[in-house]
Design a protein around this ligand. Structure first.
Ligand code: MG
Length: 159
């Protein structure tokens, strides 16, 4: 059996009046993420972890932000396409772990919903999907409420 590990990282800028999507879930917030897609920075980091595990480049390579095809796209669609690519290469997602750093709003109560959503898109059990939310204690660009930072790791095994 072959085992692959990948990590992903993404940042998006927060701006007033935009919808906020995180982990496939709509978050009640007066700010959202500036992006070509729906701005779901958590899914973007997760996609990069999955792609990274198989050395398949990054999300920008597969879904360029210069393409109208991906303008305003639901990031869940990008995640399902990445998972299809993983399966096509003969791998299954064993587990993923996602850490979201956001100062406000507090998103802890959305975590169960995010886990359910990501597990369903990836076609794996919820207990294989970890989502963790943290602030940065008001330090740095996250702490000042200027953006959101996400780290993800993914473990893949051969089918
Ligand atoms: Mg992104």
């Amino acid at each position: 059996m072959d085992i692959r590990i990948g990590q992903g990282y993404d940042v998006h800028v927060l701006q007033s009046g935009l919808p906020m999507w995180l982990g496939g879930v709509k978050i009640l917030s007066d700010k959202g993420f500036v992006a070509h897609s729906d701005g779901d920075v958590a899914i973007h980091a997760l996609c990069d972890a999955l792609l990274g595990a198989l050395a398949l480049g990054d999300i920008g390579h597969h879904f360029p932000d210069t393409s109208d095809e991906w303008k305003g796209v639901d990031s869940k669609l990008l995640l399902s396409k990445v998972c299809a690519l993983v399966a096509e290469k003969g791998y299954a997602v064993s587990n993923v772990d996602v850490t979201i750093a956001l100062q406000a709003p507090k998103i802890g109560r959305y975590v169960p919903q995010m886990r359910e959503c990501l597990a369903s898109v990836m076609g794996i059990a919820v207990d294989r999907v970890s989502v963790k939310a943290t602030t940065t204690e008001r330090l740095g660009f996250v702490g000042r409420g200027e953006g959101c930072e996400v780290w993800a790791v993914a473990l893949l095994t051969t089918l």
